[in-house]
Design a protein around this ligand. Structure first.
Ligand code: NAD
Length: 435
């Protein structure tokens, strides 16, 4: 079976390599020539653990990348993995990349082929795209469309692609389910991965519902963190205690600077915009509150710095972290970078360091100062902000670091540093939602 993957970003590039690892002949297509060039040399256009060895193993053998859409003509299954970012002037998803990629694919779809959407989209998209395919393909060419939402986590993308925790197959044609079961046969038989077969709108909704739930869990604990702050309580102990209830669970209950990245923020916004279009805005109105709690976390950290240092003009602040999460170089809607930017715009001299995200951070926020190491960022700082939970930041020795700074103030935006060790080394340690 031959597979094409349209859009080779964080999702598509790893999916393409994953499909090659499963033994398929794969072509990845992207409009970004620079990205295609790197991938064609088995080099990663973004940082993702374990991804480069997979590229090295398959590029030039079962896996190739191109900007030429006509190269999908041989493929039996086409995965759409293009971006669905937030629109410039609304909360809704920008569907122009999905639409234009499908239009470019249509002339090359052969009879009996299957188009599979993986991008995260507003419910109703699959039906709309199917109509587009039906109108544009000749009667002699029969094409099916399925939706197979993706749940991979950046930082674990290779593992999650090869061993997903579940497969959701949204289908409505005669052959889509059996073709997708063939694509994922290895996973289904070896890992006994649960398969949930649904109609198209359910599959589209599964993804946004899952992300809404995760965003809600994070914002819930962050709301508790705000209460802990005013009540003098400790949100980490609270999370441990409620997390022992297996109906609640401890995962995603770490209070801190909140969620970010290329998915959760734009997905909950697009969901609420789509629900409103369908006349059901009230049903997910709570998501706007989750969003507001999340954005407040960033302002809270800026206010903490102000509280401790007074006016921000000219104050030297070290920001540890720029990526929205560790093991990634993704800075899309990153809380760390948003906080760094707000402090900078308020007049502080901000020095940022991240082990992997410096090139991306420099691109979207070129006016910040970037250091070559954590210790360089920290040098002479009057406040140190721990904003992305890279292990190397936790390993810093508070005594040694204390000798570098002008003022021993650390704000732990992830509640993960060793609070007692910092205090013993003479630091003012400020956690979020904990004394
Ligand atoms: P991305 O921006 O990293 O990648 C999108 C790619 O699509 C880019 O390389 C872009 O050049 C390409 N593209 C745009 N228009 C194209 C066209 N007409 N033809 C070919 N290629 C085109 O985005 P991403 O993070 O990979 O996300 C892609 C989709 O997957 C989104 O809907 C996202 O919500 C969803 N998703 C992402 C993740 C994740 O962790 N990143 C996880 C699950 C789902």
């Amino acid at each position: 079976m031959r597979i094409s993957v349209i859009g080779t970003g964080y999702l598509g590039a790893v999916h393409a390599a994953g499909m090659a690892e499963l033994g398929f002949d794969v072509v990845g297509v992207d409009v970004d020539a620079a990205k295609v060039e790197l991938l064609s040399q088995a080099r990663m256009p973004f940082y993702e653990p374990d991804f480069e060895p997979l590229l090295e193993k398959h590029v030039g053998k079962g896996l190739r990348f191109t900007t030429d859409m006509s190269e999908i003509a041989d493929a039996d299954v086409h995965f759409i993995c293009v971006g669905t970012p937030q629109r410039k002037n609304s909360l809704a998803a920008d569907m122009s990349y999905v639409d234009s990629s499908l239009d470019a694919m249509i002339p090359f779809l052969k009879d009996g082929s299957l188009v599979v959407g993986k991008s995260t989209v507003p419910v109703g998209t699959a039906e709309r795209l199917m109509e587009r395919i039906e109108v544009a393909t000749p009667e002699s060419v029969s094409v099916e469309l399925a939706w197979n939402p993706e749940f991979l986590r950046e930082g674990f993308a290779v593992q999650d692609t090869l061993h997903p925790d579940r497969l959701v197959l949204g289908v409505n044609g005669d052959n889509a389910e059996s073709i997708l079961r063939e694509v994922y046969a290895h996973t289904i038989t070896q890992d006994q991965t649960p398969v949930v077969v649904t109609d198209l709108p359910t599959a589209e909704l599964v993804k946004v519902a899952a992300n809404s739930f995760l965003a809600t869990k994070i914002s819930f604990i962050n709301a508790m963190s705000e209460i802990c702050d005013v009540a003098g309580a400790d949100v980490t102990a609270l999370a441990d205690a409620i997390g022992y209830d297996d109906r609640i669970g401890r995962k995603f209950l770490n209070a801190g600077v909140g969620f970010g990245g290329g998915c959760l923020p734009k997905d909950i916004r697009a969901f609420s915009a789509r629900a409103a279009e369908l006349g059901a805005g009230q049903s997910v109105a709570f998501l706007n509150e989750m969003d507001a709690i999340n954005i407040r976390r960033r302002e809270h950290v800026v206010n903490l710095v102000r509280e401790h240092l007074g006016a921000l003009l000219g104050r030297r602040v070290a920001v540890l972290g720029a990526a929205f999460k560790p093991n990634s170089d993704d800075v899309r809607d990153s809380p760390a970078l948003s906080i760094a930017g707000q402090l900078h715009l308020a007049g502080a001299q901000v020095s940022v360091y991240d082990p992997k995200a410096m090139p991306n951070a420099t691109k979207i926020f070129p006016t910040l100062n970037y250091a070559d190491s954590a210790t360089e960022a920290i040098q002479d700082a009057e406040a140190v902000l721990h904003l992305t939970e890279w292990p190397e930041f936790r390993e810093l020795d508070p005594t040694q670091v204390g000798e570098l700074v002008a003022n021993k103030l650390v704000i732990d935006g992830r509640n993960l540093l060793d609070r007692e060790a910092y205090r013993q080394a003479g630091w003012t340690y400020v956690g979020l939602g904990r004394p």
